[in-house]
Design a protein. Structure first.
Length: 157
């Protein structure tokens, strides 16, 4: 199957809101926020002023959005440099194990390499996600044990 990987555009907001629901269900969520709320959050995150994140989309040969990589640039990284932080990598199940995820990772690395002052690409996965861990290992990436992640809610959704 032929896919295109490209930056998200405003015209993709509704497709991304639909894909976010698919991602939530993939991770086991049973309480999905209303579509209009998701759509509004996607618009604000990617196209607000300033945008909170960026996204690369995977589009199949008929133009359906079938995957995404959501990322942000974080500062500081090493010294005064910054990093590209991959927050979410998702490819629809029908396209997994066809090299799409590897292509997305290559695109992200290329984005980081062409951005002045960007010293690395970073991401996380759950310890209990053997599929993701095997995927990253297959690409030659090693796990980094140096960080412990903390999370606290803000009281809002």
């Amino acid at each position: 199957m032929t896919v295109t990987i490209r930056p998200a555009h405003r015209r993709d907001i509704e497709a991304l809101a639909e894909l976010i629901e698919e991602i939530e269900r993939f991770y086991g969520s049973t309480e999905i926020q209303p579509f209009e709320e998701r759509r509004s959050q996607v618009e604000e995150a990617l196209f607000g002023s300033p945008p909170l994140a960026s996204a690369l989309l995977v589009e199949d040969e008929v133009g359906t959005v079938v995957g995404l990589a959501a990322y942000s640039f974080l500062w500081p990284a090493a010294g005064s440099s910054h990093s590209l932080f991959l927050k979410e990598l998702y490819v629809r199940g029908t396209l997994r194990r066809q090299g799409v995820g590897a292509r997305i990772m290559d695109e992200l690395r290329a984005l980081a390499a062409t951005r002045p002052g960007c010293s690395r690409v970073e991401w996380m996965t759950d310890r209990d996600n053997p599929g993701a861990r095997a995927f990253y290992k297959s690409l030659g990436f090693t796990e980094f044990d140096g960080k412990i992640v903390y999370r606290v809610g803000t009281g809002t959704t």
